[in-house]
Design a protein around this ligand. Structure first.
Ligand code: HEM
Length: 161
């Protein structure tokens, strides 16, 4: 698959369940990701200070995730779309991966999480729309290129984790 075909496959699914529009349906897509993460990977809640004990229902109903958090949730979906969209523009893609790492330094994340993220993300999408085998491979391919650059950058920055 060419880079542009990989990108197109991912964007098709993003347009179904990873939307960035300024409307309730798109906002719910972002919210769904956090509900999935908090429900299926509760160990990751430790990074979300103040929400360490949240259930998916708490995520749906909390001010942080349902109101004040709207920007953050939308930003995550937007960040993923930017990665997908720049996959055929390698320099921008890699620079944006490094920028994402920079923005997360303060959370002191374990660097192995960068390699796990896209799997988690696709598994969330699968709960809301159809993701065929080829499309899943496309997400994994982008996720691998992303995490390779992220991990290289965490090492270059000499981050402890
Ligand atoms: C914000 C953790 C992966 C993009 C945050 C926040 C945490 C966090 C704790 C602050 C939000 C809050 O406390 O309410 C994590 C963890 C990840 C992960 C544990 C991996 C498992 C990613 C990835 C991307 C991303 C892969 C991009 C594709 C963002 C964005 C924000 C954010 C855009 C909004 C704040 C900002 O722009 O600095 N993340 N993150 N995150 N994350 Fe992540």
């Amino acid at each position: 698959m060419s880079h542009s075909e990989t990108k197109a496959k991912c964007l098709k699914v993003m347009n179904e369940s990873g939307r960035v529009g300024n409307n309730d349906a798109a906002k719910q897509d972002g919210l769904n990701f956090y509900k999935y993460m908090f429900g299926h990977h509760p160990d990751l809640r430790v990074y979300f200070k103040g929400a360490e004990n949240f259930s998916p229902t708490d995520v749906q109903n909390s001010d942080r995730f349902a109101k004040q958090g709207i920007c953050i949730r939308q930003n995550l979906m937007l960040a993923i779309r930017i990665l997908i969209d720049t996959y055929d523009d390698s320099e921008t893609f890699k620079a944006y991966a490094r920028e994402t790492v920079n923005r997360h330094i303060k959370f002191k994340m374990d660097r192995t999480l960068w390699a796990k993220f896209f799997t988690l993300f696709v598994n969330n999408l699968k709960e809301h729309t159809t993701v065929d085998e080829e499309t899943e491979k496309a997400f994994q391919e982008i996720g691998k290129a992303f995490s390779d650059e992220c991990i290289k950058h965490t090492v270059a920055l000499n981050l402890p984790n």
